[in-house]
Design a protein around this ligand. Structure first.
Ligand code: NIG
Ligand code: FE
Length: 387
């Protein structure tokens, strides 16, 4: 059944062929959706007929947010760790092991319920595509379980066995990396599209450049696409490694050298910025302006996880992008939609041109600018269309 969505005061298509600027804005717009895809986009005055009609009464519509970095399979929370940071206790990655303990102890149905609750929360705030990492199991069986659960709700599943060295391998990082790149990868690869590594030599719990390279090489051999947690706590080898290996995304990028920025500008790797993390860890925010001015493709994502960024809100990240990362509202909205799609190497989401998935997010506002202009106000929701 086709549906004509009309009364769109301002439509962000992210297709420069459809309207001015990178956002491809169409005013007084309408969209025809058919079979879950965008079939037609234009001004309301020229809209064709359709089986059903939905009037959004002058509101703005943007492509559904693409949250390209989350860790949604977990149990418990770390509110006490968050509180301790307010008293000056720094984040070093060690809290990951608290969440590993809680997650291993949780049954499938409890994990599934939590995962689905967070996803519903995301959709209610306009997110329609979500990448989900494992990484709170850290045994072969637990990592495979996390990926199976993630695979029930998204195609964008990421194997993150190299998230932290689990307590049973303390002081034996090499042996743990052998497990991750051996039996664990064999069990997890069928359930994953991507592989990721927490490359952070500054953390005693994470992985150095050599370990990260070994994890990436094994993942690539298993047919997985590559992503890297890079430069979250200090400058490190992650960003250059990501570019060298053709990773889809280098994530965090809070601490980058000039050489990192130059390499990202030359390569195919998206820099995915996660400002919810700096809100929580109190590190300086990443500098999107520096990256954009150098020609780097930038994405924004939540990194939703119980340790460093327990937000499910892409609008919150857009607002931080404008206020703290030195982005314009247009750059931040592009990064949260088309940028996320680039980071996942997808061309069917993050835009609203013909052929794209019919992921329309409606704003209770006349313009996309209000996402940053009215922070904390629940303006965005994913539009439910008749089947
Ligand atoms: O992306 N940095 C590593 N992983 C997560 C944090 C995980 C945690 O602290 O539980 C991140 O920030
Ligand atoms: Fe992360």
């Amino acid at each position: 059944m086709s549906t004509l969505v009309t009364g769109i005061g301002e439509l962000v298509t992210n297709d420069p062929a459809l309207g001015p600027g990178p956002l491809g804005i169409v005013e007084d717009a309408a969209v025809v959706v058919d079979g879950g895809r965008v079939a037609w986009v234009g001004t309301a005055a020229r809209a064709p007929a359709a089986d059903a009609r939905l009037d959004v009464a002058g509101r703005a519509v943007v492509p559904g947010f693409v949250d390209s970095h989350t860790h949604l399979v977990f149990a418990g929370d770390r509110a006490a760790e968050f509180t301790a940071r307010a008293a000056g206790v720094p984040y070093d990655g060690g809290g990951i092991l608290d969440t590993v303990r809680a997650t291993r102890a949780a049954g499938d149905s409890a994990l599934r319920a939590r995962l689905r609750a967070r996803l519903a929360e995301m959709r209610a705030q306009g997110t329609t595509t979500v990448e989900i990492k494992s990484g709170y199991g850290l045994t072969t069986a637990e990592e495979a379980r996390a990926l199976r659960l993630a695979g029930e709700v998204t195609e964008e599943t990421t194997f993150l066995g190299a998230h932290a060295v689990p307590p049973e391998f303390a002081g034996r990082t090499h042996e743990y990396v052998d497990l991750v790149t051996g039996a664990m990868l064999t069990a997890c690869a069928p359930h994953a599209r991507w592989i990721d590594v927490f490359c952070e030599p500054a953390s005693p719990h994470a992985f150095d450049g050599d370990a990260a390279r070994a994890v990436m090489a094994a993942g690539a051999r298993a047919g997985l696409g590559l992503r890297v947690h890079a430069g979250q706590l200090a400058p490190g080898p992650g960003a250059l490694l990501a570019v060298e290996l053709g990773a889809a995304s280098a994530d965090h990028c809070t601490y980058l050298t000039d050489a990192d920025v130059a390499a990202l500008a030359e390569g195919e790797t998206v820099a995915t910025l996660l400002p919810g993390v700096e809100f929580s860890t109190r590190h300086p925010y990443p500098d999107a302006r520096r990256l954009l001015d150098a020609g780097v493709t930038v994405a924004l994502a939540t990194d939703c996880n119980p340790g460093t960024s327990y937000t499910s809100s892409m609008p919150f990240c857009v607002a931080l992008g404008v206020r703290e990362l030195r982005m314009t509202p247009a750059e931040a909205v592009w990064a949260a939609t088309a940028g996320g799609a680039r980071a996942l190497r997808r061309d069917d989401v993050g835009r609203l041109g013909p052929g794209a998935r019919a992921d329309l997010t409606v704003l209770d506002a006349p313009s996309f600018v209000h996402l940053a202009y009215r922070p904390g106000v629940p303006l965005a929701r994913a539009l439910d269309l008749p089947e």
